[in-house]
Design a protein around this ligand. Structure first.
Ligand SMILES: [Zn+2]
Length: 475
């Protein structure tokens, strides 16, 4: 835990060398434990190409003759390959917008700081960066709907808008990520994960083809000057970068069951180096998801010592945070046939919150896709770990949509029995404060015990788990 979530790993962001370092580290630990390599070409690795599109930093933008540097002086809210030269009209408010002739013009408007949680106390909802950038996007949309050919949002003088501006620039400049689905078998599991991909420019409300830019307060005079024009020459750049899954195997003891694999699943990536909170810019991802990554190593060690009847595969996925990309890649390019994967025990964030409570997802309809797998997990808890189980987060009505946010999902969509173990959200989720010293180590051990015991039941049961007929997720 303390190695994998250390600052030296720099947050293990997919699409950087830092994720590759973490991927190599996990494989090295797997090898030391005695797992058999089960990736490509006799290695622990399944490398795959991650597709990345971002706005080129060489894009050019100017307002009233002032050249603006993309991501430094201007946050690009929406733009693809654009070549524009438009007169700017400034409007004070929505009433003035309604009266103005904005067709074929770039419409500029000042935005005011909105109340958000203070930067050093931000939590899951309402953090200053995402709340403010959503607000800026909504304002852009308002201008676009009024008929503007381009939108320019100018910060007012409040320092909190400047902070949100810089944080949004750091997040949005990363662009959008995807897997190449060419050659993938047809099926709903090949589709993108809902709402998670697209860290960049075009997420959220659809701005259509209207380019939108957010600039700092010092541009206010420039957009109000008579005859001012907006010129922009922006373009996307597209490139591929390797991400990887680490795959290790413990063979079973019963040769008749050699083609029935139990899969343990987690992800080794996190969010990298982003905007600082209280001076710390490394988003360590200790709970998310070093917790499961190291639990899987412990579980693997147990299976190496005492193999089960069936074989057990351990898959650490890359690029989960970029839209479940590693698990989607694996399901599209499995190393063993889908029909031979009898259960997926995925974990995401298992080391925080109340020591006696935990959650399992995929055990209530419509998320439950195997009665036997759900029963095995509940039995293991009843007999061994005795967590008080949360029953709220597995419901289709839960606002967080937690079931749709981790690596079991592509497997479930492919008709493979799957559950997800989690100790759920906390205020340090996706912040630089998700650090190893905040992990509840005894709880992490107990969660590892629970995952281990569940897999042990499944891997030794007389029958493979059933698949619920007509399984259909709510989205
Ligand atoms: Zn995660």
């Amino acid at each position: 835990m303390f190695a994998m979530a250390s600052d030296a790993m720099r947050g293990r962001e997919a699409g950087t060398l830092d994720e590759m370092r973490a991927t190599a580290w996990v494989a090295e630990q797997a090898q030391k434990i005695g797992l058999e390599p089960a990736g490509d070409d006799g290695t622990f690795f399944q490398w795959w190409p991650m597709d990345r599109t971002r706005l080129s930093a060489a894009s050019k933008l100017s307002i009233g003759g002032h050249a603006l540097r993309v991501w430094k002086d201007a946050v690009v809210i929406s733009a693809g390959d654009e070549s524009i030269d438009l007169p700017i009209v400034f409007v004070r408010d929505s009433a003035e917008l309604a009266r103005a002739d904005v067709r074929g013009k770039a419409v500029a408007m000042e935005i005011n700081a909105i109340p958000t949680q203070p930067q050093d106390r931000f939590t899951i909802r309402g953090n200053f960066q995402s709340t403010t950038s959503q607000y800026v996007r909504q304002r852009s949309l308002m201008l676009a709907r009024a008929g503007a050919a381009a939108a320019i949002l100018v910060s007012d003088a409040s320092p909190s808008l400047d902070t949100a501006f810089e944080a949004t620039a750091i997040v949005s400049s990363r662009g959008r990520y995807a897997i190449d689905s060419a050659g993938a078998p047809a099926g709903s599991y090949a589709r993108p994960a809902g709402g998670r991909g697209g860290a960049g420019g075009r997420g959220g409300p659809n701005l259509g083809n209207v380019p939108a830019f957010w600039v700092r307060h010092d541009m206010l005079d420039a957009v109000r000057a008579p005859g001012a024009r907006l010129t922009a020459l922006t373009f996307d750049e597209n490139f591929t970068y390797p991400s990887g899954n680490v795959i290790g195997l413990v063979r079973g003891t019963d040769p008749k069951l050699a083609n029935e694999y139990v899969v343990y699943s987690g992800h080794q990536d996190h969010d990298g180096v982003r905007y600082p909170v209280k001076g710390d810019s490394i988003w360590n991802g200790a709970d998310d998801n070093a917790s499961v990554s190291v639990a899987m190593l412990a579980i693997a060690r147990a299976y190496v010592k005492h193999p089960a009847a069936r074989p057990v595969l351990f898959i650490w996925h890359g690029a989960e945070e970029r839209g479940l990309l590693g698990s989607r890649w694996y399901v599209n390019h499995p190393t063993v046939p889908h029909s031979q994967i009898i259960a997926v025990l995925n974990g995401d964030m298992i080391g925080r919150n109340d020591p006696d409570s935990a959650a399992i997802l995929g055990v209530q309809p419509p998320h439950k896709n195997s009665n036997a797998l759900a029963a095995a997990a509940l039995r293991a808890n009843a007999e061994l770990t005795h967590f008080k189980l949360d029953t709220i987060w597995d419901r289709p009505t839960h606002p967080e949509g937690w079931y749709f946010r981790s690596d079991h999902l592509p497997y479930a969509r492919a008709g493979i029995p799957a559950v997800m173990f989690s100790t759920l959200l906390h205020p340090d989720y996706h912040t630089p404060r998700d650090e190893p010293q905040r992990i509840e180590i005894p709880k992490l051990q107990k969660m590892a015990d629970w995952m281990y015991a569940t897999g042990w039941i499944v891997a030794n049961a007389p029958q493979r788990p059933d698949v619920v007929p007509g399984f259909k997720l709510e989205r």
